[in-house]
Design a protein around this ligand. Structure first.
Ligand SMILES: [Fe+2]
Length: 199
């Protein structure tokens, strides 16, 4: 579960983000892999961060193993609460995506304030400093050592184009997925509902 984040300083100090490294329990890891065929390509759920569990229980396939379902609901809700605490929002948009190829091949910055990602299965998201990202995108020579990867199963919170809370826009892209693997990615965005008009 999400309890404490470490601040990861990156080369050149250009792209700090919040990272919680973790290893999923072995039985959850195998249940996730076994259950991949049962999951739709996209699950999308939106709601108050403090009350996502009910929506998640409705939105996730009931054919999932009950141990896995309970774990996923608790983990996703915990991630959403933590993100919303940092973002100062009460609502969250959750996506759970299953992919067998590189869904976003070009380095880009997301049009959000901040985003939480966790790769439950498969390779983690790739990121780079803006200069390296530019070179990769436009086919110019680049140092492969400067293309990094978020560890699989880790939770990362990074800034988007409208970054706040001390975060910087993170240039990132989907990783290549080996033909024998399927990627399962959790993505959560804070939602800012406009405050009621003051009297
Ligand atoms: Fe993205």
């Amino acid at each position: 579960m999400v309890s404490k984040f470490e601040l990861k300083s990156v080369p050149l100090g250009l792209v700090p983000f919040l990272l919680k490294r973790r290893a999923l329990p072995a039985h959850i890891r195998s249940l996730l892999r076994e259950s991949l065929p049962l999951l739709p390509e996209h699950v999308r759920i939106e709601g108050p961060a403090a009350g996502l569990a009910e929506s998640l229980l409705h939105g996730l396939p009931h054919s999932l193993d009950s141990t896995l379902l309970d774990w996923l609901v608790a983990d996703i809700e915990s991630c959403a609460r933590r993100l919303c605490e940092i973002a100062g929002s009460d609502f969250a948009a959750v996506r759970l995506e299953r992919a067998t190829d590189r869904t976003c091949p070009r380095f880009h910055v997301d049009s959000v304030t901040m985003r939480l990602l966790c790769t439950y299965c498969g390779p983690g998201t790739e990121w780079a400093d803006p200069n390296t990202a530019y070179s990769v995108n436009f086919g110019e020579p680049f140092d492969e050592m400067l293309v990094h990867q978020v560890p699989a199963e880790a939770i990362v919170i990074y800034g988007g184009a409208n970054a706040s809370a001390g975060l910087y826009p993170l240039w990132h892209r989907s990783p290549a997925v080996p033909s024998s693997e399927t990627r399962l990615l959790l993505c959560i965005d804070p939602i800012y509902r406009s405050a009621q008009t003051p009297n």
